[in-house]
Design a protein around this ligand. Structure first.
Ligand SMILES: Cc1cc2nc3c(=O)[nH]c(=O)nc-3n(C[C@H](O)[C@H](O)[C@H](O)COP(=O)(O)OP(=O)(O)OC[C@H]3O[C@@H](n4cnc5c(N)ncnc54)[C@H](O)[C@@H]3O)c2cc1C
Length: 261
């Protein structure tokens, strides 16, 4: 591992000011530390944001659930308030990786990293989330811009993620048996006026399946999407699953999610 400067800023402003093109924020370190150790990334400055109090915690109101950026997956999974307001979100967090990952990994790190197989981005898209940063509020559909790419600018920090409480929701994941990342993950959320079906693991970036969403918006039942064919032309194909297989799983898991709602 190459050497780097290690910083422990006292607040968000100081953390943001320390950022450069050769720095990384350290939340749980679940991506950053292995990347450094394996030589996949090198940074001049590591900016540890774990002890900035403002970035951690969960707030639930009637209409929204707001989760601070450094809140760990295990905390979201165990939160009685999240379990009550959006049980699908607590379930998603409780099925990320293994116990070690859930006790270190954070929601801010997950969405900022935007791994194409990560679970939280699909919840953000389906639950009309708004990403609060230190300088603006970004709707989820504008936040996730490509593979490992987001709308975040240099020095911009995610402070919290605000999820809209749906009428019903469920998340179904076909996990990679080794890492538990999603080979396919489908998050279905039924809101008052629309249904969103967000898919992760299938393409280079999380997306809303417009056809499934439209069908379910007019009739929220698994029979409405029974046997619906999903286009596989832009889907990932690798040693774990072909694009055809992934497309079939999207349709199947959307149906499973509706049935579990
Ligand atoms: C073995 C293993 C299995 C996993 N399985 C799953 C899984 O099943 N599902 C899933 O969704 N994920 C999974 N993950 C990912 C994991 O849950 C973490 O969310 C992810 O690795 C990011 O880690 P972290 O939160 O510790 O962030 P870090 O590693 O500390 O940071 C990651 C990146 O995000 C940036 N960053 C961190 N916080 C902020 C912030 N507040 N604002 C702006 N930028 C920020 C950093 O600069 C860095 O570039 C797995 C990871 C591992 C190692």
């Amino acid at each position: 591992m190459k050497t780097f400067n290690y910083h422990t800023p006292k607040d968000v402003k100081e953390a943001s000011n320390l950022a450069s093109t050769s720095s990384a924020f350290l939340a749980g370190g679940m991506t950053t530390i292995p990347s450094l150790k394996l030589g996949l990334a090198t940074y001049k400055d590591i900016i540890d944001i774990k002890s900035i109090k403002k970035l951690s915690g969960i707030k639930v109101s009637g209409k929204s659930v707001t989760i601070g950026a450094t809140t760990k997956h295990a905390e979201v999974a165990a939160s009685k308030e999240v379990q009550k307001a959006i049980p699908a979100l607590a379930k998603l967090a409780g099925n990320i990786g293994d116990a070690q990952v859930r006790n270190r990994g954070t929601i801010g790190g997950s969405i900022s990293n935007n791994d194409p197989s990560a679970c939280y981005p699909s919840a953000c898209m389906a639950l009309n989330a708004v990403i609060h940063t230190n300088s603006r509020k970004i709707p989820a559909e504008k936040f996730f811009t490509g593979m490992f790419e987001t709308a975040l600018k240099k020095g911009e920090l995610v402070e919290a993620v605000e999820f809209q409480v749906p009428e019903k929701a469920d998340y179904q994941k076909h996990p990679n048996p080794a890492s538990r990342y999603a080979i396919i993950g489908v998050f279905v959320a039924k809101h008052k006026k629309e249904v969103n079906v967000a898919v992760t693991g299938a393409k280079s970036c999380v997306y809303i399946d417009k056809d499934l969403s439209k069908k379910l918006s007019s009739s929220f039942s698994s029979s409405a999407i029974e046997g619906m064919k999903v286009d596989d032309s832009e889907m990932n194909s690798d040693m774990h699953a072909s694009s055809e297989y992934r497309a079939n799983l999207v349709s199947l898991y959307a149906k499973k999610a509706v049935e579990a709602c």
